[in-house]
Structure formats: C-alpha cells, structure tokens
Design a protein around this ligand. Structure first.
Ligand code: HEC
Length: 196
C-alpha cells in the first residue's frame, strides 16, 4: 500500500490504528495439530450408512406397526417405539369355539433382559429371513418372516445393525398364550372371513 510516497504493511496500518507497536497475531496462541485424529474418528453408529438404510427399511417394512406398544390399536406409545407390544395378535380363528392362541410382538430394542441385547447380528438376520429364533426353534406363527425372506443379506444386516443401535428400552411383553388358555392382556384378531 502506498501512502504519501511511503510503503507500509497491512500490520503497520493496524498498529497505527490501534496504537500498538507490534501487530497482534491471533494464531500465536494456537498450536497446529496433525489432522489424523479427525480422519480416523469412527463414523457415529447412528449415522453409519448401514443404520440409516436399516431405519429406512424398518420404516417401509412396517416393523413398528406390530412391535410398538399400542400401535395395533391405533395408539402408538412413542416412548416404546419398537420396544414390544402389550397388545397381542391372535393366530387362531375366533370361530373355532376355543380361546385363541396369541403372540406378543417382541421388544426389538437392545435391552439385555427384555429385548434383543443378547442377540448377535447374524442371529437377527437369520430370524428376519427364516423365522428361526435365536435358540433354533421355528415357532413364529405371526411374525411375517416369509414376506422378508427375499431381503438381501445386506439389507437384513442393515436392519439388524439399526435395531442394535437403538436406545435400549426395558419393557417386557406378556408371555405367548397357547390356544385354549385364557389371556391376561388384550389382543387383536387379523383375518379375512368369507360369509357362507
Ligand atoms: C404382523 C406383525 C409383525 C410385523 C409387521 C413384524 N413382526 Fe417381528 N414379530 C411379530 C411377533 C408376533 C413376534 C413374536 C414371535 C411370533 O411370531 O410368534 C415377532 C418376533 C420378532 C423377532 C424375534 C424377537 C425375539 O425376541 O424373539 C424379531 C427379531 C422380529 N420380530 C423382527 C421384526 C422386524 C425386523 C420386522 C420388520 C422388518 C418385524 N419383526 C415385523 C410380529 C411382527
């Protein structure tokens, strides 16, 4: 910059303006760090591409319709989203004359006692695609696993990763009820019936 035939620096202009003899450099108090820690920081689980995709799949496949408390009767409890339903689903006909068998959609949050906290990701994938439970039995009359059987391994794994990343909610669902037994918790009947 040229003023009255003399060259002065920008810092010189500041020292004239603020009356300091030496220019203040705000970077003097900072130390340069290697950016490697930033590059190596893990992707937060909640924003990991797998869990984002898993959430998307869980939404469009309607898992919360059954697995959220109250959702089956139109009153979903937001605090128990995917944390199991105290409203059961009858799987035998109301016309059979005996009390129906009833299942209660499980708690899908990773609570170790009441949810899926003790499940491995691969066990969840197998359950979602084949209906085979963690302990190897296949007694799932209502969970619509045949509709999910064609999910790719990758998609099923994304669903499992998302479920395991949820905030654990301690919520125990009622025991399943065998046909002929009396239920202590409410339930709904699904089905299509033809008049005779
Ligand atoms: C029509 C209702 C319904 C829908 C929709 C549904 N489920 Fe289920 N699910 C159940 C019921 C009922 C059970 C309890 C087992 C049974 O069927 O007897 C269950 C059990 C499970 C279990 C076993 C948990 C345990 O502790 O044993 C997993 C895992 C599961 N569901 C995941 C899912 C996922 C993931 C989706 C969505 C992709 C889904 N479910 C959609 C009704 C449903």
């Amino acid at each position: 910059m040229k003023i009255d035939g003399r060259f002065i620096t920008i810092a010189g202009v500041f020292s004239v303006l603020f009356g300091c003899s030496t220019a203040f450099n705000p970077l003097d108090e900072y130390e340069a760090l290697e950016p490697s820690t930033i590059l190596e920081a893990p992707v937060p689980l909640r924003n990991n591409p797998d869990t984002v995709k898993g959430r998307y799949l869980v939404e469009i496949l309607g898992c919360a319709t059954c697995h959220t408390d109250g959702a089956l009767v139109g009153q979903p409890n937001a605090e128990r989203r995917l944390a199991g339903s105290r409203v059961g689903i009858a799987y035998t006909s109301p016309f059979e004359g005996t009390l129906p068998g009833i299942v209660y959609p499980a708690n899908l949050t990773p609570d170790p006692e009441t949810g899926i906290g003790a499940w491995e990701q691969e066990q969840l994938v197998r359950m979602i695609k084949t209906g085979i439970s963690r302990h190897g039995s296949r007694r799932l009359p209502v969970m619509p696993w045949p509709a999910y059987a064609k999910l790719s391994e990758e998609d099923a794994r994304a669903i499992a990763a998302y479920l395991l990343s949820l905030e654990p909610v301690a919520h125990e669902v009622p025991e399943h009820v065998w046909p002929g037994q009396r239920s202590r918790a409410p339930y709904v009947h699904f089905g299509t019936y033809r008049s005779k």
